[in-house]
Design a binder for this molecule. Structure first.
Ligand code: 3UK
Length: 520
């Protein structure tokens, strides 16, 4: 097998050449395959062909080396969704440098922590984040190099446009992604070269059915493992086209981009689908280029999917992924969607649901979700205990999620392990109550958390965002209570309603239930 080649066996297994550098497979391969003049990236600012991309990546790799970065050194990237993100990410990988893209929406203290935790040799950031990043740099142990993303092109313009990829193995460390849990500091999951190829093939090709004709638009940004796959590694794996937009993803922005660049695949998160649906009450964007929508990051309520289908005629494939697994490992399939579920394991992944003692549970019984497959991070950087607890030596990853499998093999999310509520000794999923609440026309968003009652017993309480905030009050509370009791098991109703203007969320749109618990 040629160096950096990868083949797919009839069973779908990926076989890697003894020498495999992901940048060769995702970027350089297209020049040999005659795709050099095709567009790899389009945006409102810039277009990049596969040939230009390969040259920019090579220059970047040379430039990083010239600065003195060596194989294994970390390059912390706080970079907006623009083509230079690709240059830096793949240029680093080609040179053996480890790119560490981080959430651009974080604050100075988070960046400070990541600069120190990663002992990054270089930090590169986009101008938009200068305020927070400069404060972080002032407080951190100084990295050897601080680079501006806007200056990379010019700075490395004189470098050679060809670079032999560092001779790595498929299982060698390739890049890191920080994973922010609900508690404690973020931890960096260390991913290998092969993880990018496995997710692109197993989920992208075999589950989504993506091909070279697809145009990919992800509302989730590149710094998020979800966006990194959707808008970068997936299109590059098949020689398709990525659509980038650096702005905050609002319904207006996503509609404008879809009309202008006519993507075939759109990747969003439930909160944004909800906002888009509201916007569709008045706007009539042309969504006819889309063949499929994808949702991940948190469970997509069945009612949201139903309304999206009704409004747009398009399906949304909900799937669960994680930073540790790199991308989606349980998913609905085109033509096989069970609303309210995450679907079935993606080819190449196995899933188990176990009790507190690690014993497998039968269908219908909720338990901890474990998964195994070819894209799981080897470890958390510098956290041997957390690695041992999460990425088990037998290959199983503890997702921290509580799931239930039905008799047909479909998996349904019951919430995070720590969000589940025991009511009268019975497991109760906050998501189930939330899903019911948002079916009510007065409710825009809802989050349910377990809070102690007068007896110190944990009971569900609801934090509710209303379409019309003047309706807040006892009458509406009574109405919502009856609404819940009409459709849910008797113990599954909110004991109290808290009216709020918005819900606390992570940068990637997940509701932070722990914050609601703390604030209450
Ligand atoms: C939750 C879901 C129900 C679940 C991600 C797609 O979200 C991603 O990664 P993170 O590390 O979070 C992982 C956790 O988020 N979750 C994600 N998707 C779903 N819960 N239904 C879903 N569809 O708690 C999981 O453990 O931020 C998503 C691709 C790559 C990703 N990294």
């Amino acid at each position: 097998m040629d160096a950096h080649a990868v083949s797919v066996t009839p069973a779908g297994e990926l076989r890697f050449a003894a020498r495999f550098n992901a940048a060769a497979a995702f970027v350089d391969r297209h020049l040999r395959d005659g795709r050099g003049e095709r567009l790899a990236i389009v945006s409102e600012e810039q277009q990049v062909t596969y040939r230009q991309l390969a040259e920019r990546v090579a220059r970047c790799g040379h430039g990083l080396r010239r600065l003195g970065l060596e194989p294994g050194d970390r390059l912390l990237m706080i970079v907006a969704d623009r083509p230079v993100f690709f240059d830096l990410f793949w240029g680093a990988i080609k040179a053996g440098v480890v790119p560490v893209p981080v959430n651009t929406l974080l604050r100075a203290e988070d960046f400070r922590y990541m600069i120190d935790d990663s002992t990054a040799r270089a930090v590169v950031f986009s101008a938009a984040y200068a305020g927070e990043v400069e404060s972080a740099l002032a407080a951190a142990k100084p990295p050897a190099h601080v680079l501006r993303a806007e200056e990379i092109g010019e700075r490395f313009a004189q470098e050679r446009p060809v670079l032999e990829p560092l001779s790595t193995r498929a299982e060698d460390d390739c890049f890191w992604l920080y994973s922010s849990g609900s508690t404690g500091r973020p931890k960096a999951a260390v991913h290998a070269h092969r993880d990018l190829a496995v997710t692109a093939q197993r989920y992208g090709v075999e589950t989504l059915g993506m091909g070279s004709g697809d145009v990919f638009f992800s509302a989730a940004k590149l710094f998020f493992a979800y966006g990194l796959g959707n808008a970068m590694s997936f299109p590059l794996w098949v020689g398709g086209r990525a659509v980038l937009a650096p702005e905050r993803p609002t319904p207006e922005l996503t509609f404008r981009i879809i009309e202008r660049f006519r993507p075939t695949l759109y990747f969003g998160v439930p909160t944004l689908y909800a906002a888009q649906l509201e916007a569709l009450e008045t706007a009539q964007p042309d969504l006819s280029s889309l063949r499929l929508c994808v949702s991940a990051g948190e469970a997509l309520p069945a009612d949201l999917l139903r309304r999206w289908r009704e409004r747009t005629g398009l399906d949304i494939l909900d799937g669960i992924g994680s930073t540790e697994a790199l991308h989606i490992f349980i998913s609905n399939r085109p033509g096989d969607v069970r609303p309210g579920t995450s679907g079935r394991p993606v080819p190449g992944y196995e899933a188990r649901i176990v009790d507190a003692r690690g014993r497998d549970l039968p269908p219908g019984e909720p338990g901890r979700l474990l998964i195994r497959g070819g894209s799981i991070a080897s470890r958390y950087w510098n956290h041997p205990e957390k690695t041992a607890a999460t990425m088990r030596p037998d290959g199983w990853l503890d997702t921290g999620d509580v799931y239930v499998r039905d008799a047909d093999g479909y998996y349904t999310c019951c919430g995070r392990g720590d969000d589940m509520i025991k009511v009268g000794g019975i497991w109760c999923s906050p998501l189930e109550i939330e899903a019911r609440l948002i079916e009510h026309p007065a409710v825009v968003e809802a989050a349910v958390v377990g809070l102690p009652d007068a007896h110190g017993l944990i009971k569900p309480e609801a934090f509710v965002v209303l379409a019309d905030s003047t309706r807040a009050g006892d009458d509406l509370a009574a109405e919502l209570l009856a609404w819940c009791k009409a459709a849910l098991a008797p113990y599954k109703y909110p004991r109290r309603f808290h009216w709020c203007d918005d819900l606390p969320k992570t940068a990637t749109g997940k509701i932070q239930r722990f914050k609601l618990r703390q604030s209450a």
